[in-house]
Design a protein around this ligand. Structure first.
Ligand SMILES: [Zn+2]
Length: 431
């Protein structure tokens, strides 16, 4: 197999947003991951891009104009004027209005969109956007910490060139927003592995949700119980994805790597190790199909950072040390300071072998019902979402005095890129 070309999208500002005190979603995790990636030297094995920022127009390819207009206008200061709209758009507690909300959405959505475009252009084989993966966002409303569904927008871009797109979701929560968007079509197959039952959020995703009309049999749900460990997860993941590949033969894949399926997540209840979670990523990479890799949930910051750093290393085929490199965030990883700490959990695995066999068989029987790899007549291919002109305009923005190229190089400088033991130009005064 020839080495796959990997592109990585990161906006250095995306980690500076804050959902509010006590909120489990912390965009800061993205800065920690980026720092680990640089300090492990993984950036040398991929193309690094400061991504395009999605416009309201891009977002409206999936979302309603009214909803995006609201997201663009609402701020913590003027929120009083929108009281009637808040419940209408499900904005408030789980999905708060915070400073820079629309900008945050533009950044993570633009990165998925540009990743899809680079895949379409054959500029890369794998595109990584850890800031994306906000799978709960709906056409008309926010849901589960998600406002704009970057995955749906990325898939819509892939569909311009790809007859069949496969979506795989290993977040602990059901990928409901993506499933709903493509429930009636065979152009996208959605496959979600998640905790189901006892009112666990979002409450959907039982195995009988299989799609409808032309999309019947093209939604696949693998409902799991709490405490699933690496061995049990693999027992379902491998056969289900193998069957999906056999029957659907996708030409592009979007992989949502929600890290709240790891053991000891603040909100999750599974018992996966970073290695077990990474096994799924490695398996999808080895399918050798153009793939957009996105993040998602993950609420125990140190574990999310470990997981997505490790998965970046798998995607670029580089072995990295279990001992974490020095970063400004090293203290987060006490007391072991390792990439793969031992998983200690009191959560019992409630998934019996028989239960897992039964859902795997049910899934397999449904997949057999798919018309073998549907094809569409691809003509009048619409152009890419972002024209070269638009990119140029962005770069020439008078507010941005330095060229994009230079800025991208500065990402390293800002994070005090450290290369080797002899390098001692670090600023030790920083905490
Ligand atoms: Zn989740």
């Amino acid at each position: 197999m020839t080495k796959q070309k990997v592109s990585y999208f990161f906006n250095p500002d995306v980690g500076n947003f804050h959902y509010g005190t006590g909120h489990p979603m912390k965009p800061h995790r993205l800065s920690v991951i980026h720092s680990l990636i640089l300090n492990y030297g993984l950036h040398k094995h991929m193309q690094i891009y400061r991504p395009y920022k999605a416009s309201a127009h891009d977002m409206c390819r999936f979302h309603s104009d009214e909803y995006i207009d609201f997201l663009q206008k609402v701020t913590p200061q003027n929120i009083q004027a929108f009281t009637k709209h808040l419940s209408h758009y499900n904005v408030g507690d789980d999905c708060p209005v915070f400073y820079g909300l629309f900008d945050f959405c533009s950044m993570y959505t633009g990165a998925s969109l540009e990743g899809a475009m680079k895949l379409n252009n054959h500029d890369c084989d794998i595109a990584i956007n850890w800031s994306g993966g906000l799978h709960h966002a709906k056409k008309f409303e926010a849901s589960g910490f998600c406002y704009v569904n970057d995955i749906v927008i990325g898939i819509l871009e892939l569909l311009k060139y790809h007859p069949r797109v496969l979506y795989i979701d290993i977040d602990v929560h059901h990928g409901d927003g993506v499933q709903e968007a493509f429930y009636l079509t065979d152009r996208v197959m959605t496959v979600s592995f998640h905790k189901y039952g006892n009112y666990f959020f979002p409450g959907t995703g039982d195995m009988y949700e299989i799609g409808a009309e032309s999309g019947r049999y093209y939604s696949v749900n693998v409902p799991l119980k709490e405490g699933i460990d690496d061995g049990s997860y693999w027992q379902v993941f491998k056969p289900v994805i193998s069957a999906v590949m056999e029957f659907y033969q996708p030409t592009a894949i979007v992989l949502q790597c929600g890290a709240d399926s790891l053991a000891n997540d603040r909100l999750g209840c599974f018992s996966l190790s970073t290695k077990g979670h990474g096994e799924c990523v490695k398996f999808v990479k080895n399918l050798n199909v153009p793939t957009l890799v996105v993040g998602g949930g993950g609420y125990t910051l140190r574990n999310v950072a470990r997981c997505w750093t490790y998965e970046t290393s798998l995607l670029v085929d580089e072995q990295i040390s279990n001992e974490l490199p020095f970063t400004e965030y090293l203290e987060f990883f006490a007391p072991d300071f390792t990439l793969h700490p031992e998983v200690v959990t009191r959560q019992e695995n409630a998934n019996s072998k028989q239960y897992l066999e039964a859902i795997t068989k049910y899934t397999y029987d449904n997949l057999k019902m798919c018309q073998h790899s549907p094809s569409v007549q691809m003509h009048d291919v619409p152009g890419p979402a972002i024209s070269e002109d638009e990119k140029m305009k962005e770069e020439e923005d008078p507010d941005v005095r330095i060229s994009q190229d230079l800025e991208d190089k500065m990402v390293e400088a800002k994070n005090e890129f450290y290369d080797g033991d002899k390098d001692n130009d670090k600023d030790d005064s920083k905490t």
